[in-house]
Write a protein that binds this ligand. Structure first.
Ligand SMILES: C[S@@+](CC[C@H](N)C(=O)[O-])C[C@H]1O[C@@H](n2cnc3c(N)ncnc32)[C@H](O)[C@@H]1O
Length: 414
């Protein structure tokens, strides 16, 4: 992939739609609605639930044919069409090797291992250093069953204790290598002397879902310690600080490409997750209650900006509205004399329902942009590694339905 030309195309597209991704719909509502083309809202409003669900899943819908909304969706598809890893035979490993490992993790490990084996054949690295390795499933499979020495680094001692106990339980194959657990905080200066013992020019770094800025720390350390390279999967981009953690590359900085703010990073984090119709309906319900609460706070408490209202159990959203809003007002320490009936009438009011419908349709439009933002963010990381002399490739490693944060950056010092 030519990262520069891809970045230019992504940047142009993202700039065009920045009013949409830069703001949550609740922020500055109702003005935010003006950023969404009226024609698209009307078109989406004419769809039934199944068709809207299809749009949300990025599937073609007959009624959208030849519309400017269809062109928008197609542009996103083209910009986010990252190739799958070119070869990934699922290596046969008996079930016992994956006892107690969730389906998602098993799938990820089975996709990653063949790539690491191929890289090892080529670059002859000494060991894989798994940053944020958690309980160390990946390291265990690499070392015990594929003879690749590995070090699992994590700052969480409990995870590592569980991992060490598990090592005793699993049978090793002939020629098995050891798994080393190191308890340290990657990126903390005090821990760098220990880190240097394992993370050096003969190691390959790995970050399987290194949250937010941890992926950047891995990238920076790869360059500083001049390791053989890295395989990195990001997640939780909203934990990054825009400007400080993004962008990294000179190419993005010199071209003054748009900087992703917290709302853009959050949208990128949640993008591209396949779902069932049930999940979609729950999502709609959650949004409707959350937005109705926001509109209530606006109208009765003069609160116009986004407020953190905490989490609640999904079952709450299928009870009458007054249960949900009473719980939230209590959480926010807001005293009131509203009755349950008043709350439910507020929610059932057709004018409010219409507002909620439009807000939801706008969200459907906004969600489409998430994957484009994620690719835009990952391409910046790729360019930064290229600028530091690495040969870089970006692929989709995992099935979206099992593991939606599936973009892997492979950067190698050849
Ligand atoms: C999302 S989990 C991923 C765990 C594992 N790689 C996996 O795929 O199952 C992120 C892990 O990174 C660890 N972590 C976060 N920041 C860290 C740091 N600076 N140094 C070491 N570990 C860190 C956390 O404790 C957590 O186990």
């Amino acid at each position: 992939m030519n990262f520069k030309s891809h970045a230019l195309a992504l940047s142009e597209f993202i700039s065009k739609y920045s009013p949409i991704w830069i703001e949550e719909i609740m922020n500055e509502y109702p003005e935010t609605i003006n950023d969404y083309p009226n024609e698209w809202i009307t078109l989406l409003d004419s769809l039934n639930e199944q068709e809207l669900f299809d749009v949300d899943c990025k599937r073609p819908v007959e009624k959208l044919k030849d519309s400017s909304f269809e062109a928008f969706m197609q542009a996103i598809k083209d910009l986010t069409d990252i190739p799958n890893i070119p070869f990934s035979p699922e290596l046969p490993l008996e079930d016992w090797a994956f006892q107690g490992v969730k389906k998602k993790k098993r799938h990820e490990i089975q996709k990653i291992v063949p790539v690491l084996k191929r890289v090892r054949d080529e670059l002859k690295f000494d060991r894989v250093v798994d940053i944020g390795g958690g309980v160390g499933h990946l390291s265990r499979v690499l070392s015990h069953y594929h003879q690749i020495p590995s070090v699992s680094i994590d700052q969480n001692v409990e995870f590592q204790e569980i991992g060490k106990m598990r090592l005793q339980k699993f049978r090793k194959l002939d020629g098995a290598e050891n798994v080393v657990f190191m308890n340290l905080t990657f990126g903390k200066d005090e821990d760098s002397a220990d880190l240097k013992k394992v993370f050096h020019e003969n190691s390959l770094g790995l970050g399987l879902h290194t949250c937010g800025p941890l992926a950047n720390t891995l990238i920076e350390a790869t360059i500083d310690y001049q390791t053989k390279g890295l395989l990195s999967f990001g997640c939780c981009y909203h934990k990054m600080k825009s400007e400080k953690d993004f962008p990294l590359s000179n190419f993005y900085k010199e071209n003054k490409f748009p900087v992703l703010n917290l709302f853009g990073l959050t949208l990128a984090t949640r993008s591209h997750a396949e779902m069932t119709f049930d999940t979609y309906q729950t999502k709609e319900r959650v949004k409707n209650y959350r937005y109705a609460l926001h509109l209530f706070l606006m109208r009765h408490f003069n609160n116009k900006t986004y407020t953190d209202v905490g989490e609640c159990h999904l079952s709450m959203y299928w009870k009458p509205f007054h249960f949900y809003i009473s719980d939230k007002l209590k959480h926010l320490n807001l005293e009131h004399n509203f009755s349950d009936e008043y709350f439910d009438n507020f929610y059932d009011d057709p004018a409010l329902q219409r507002e909620l419908r439009v807000m939801f349709l706008c969200n459907i439009i906004r969600w489409q942009l998430g994957r484009a933002l994620e690719v835009y963010l990952q391409v910046d990381r790729c360019l930064y590694l290229e600028e530091h002399g690495y040969e870089v490739s970006l692929h989709q490693y995992f099935d979206e339905a099992l593991s939606p944060r599936n973009l892997g950056i492979l950067a190698l010092h050849k």
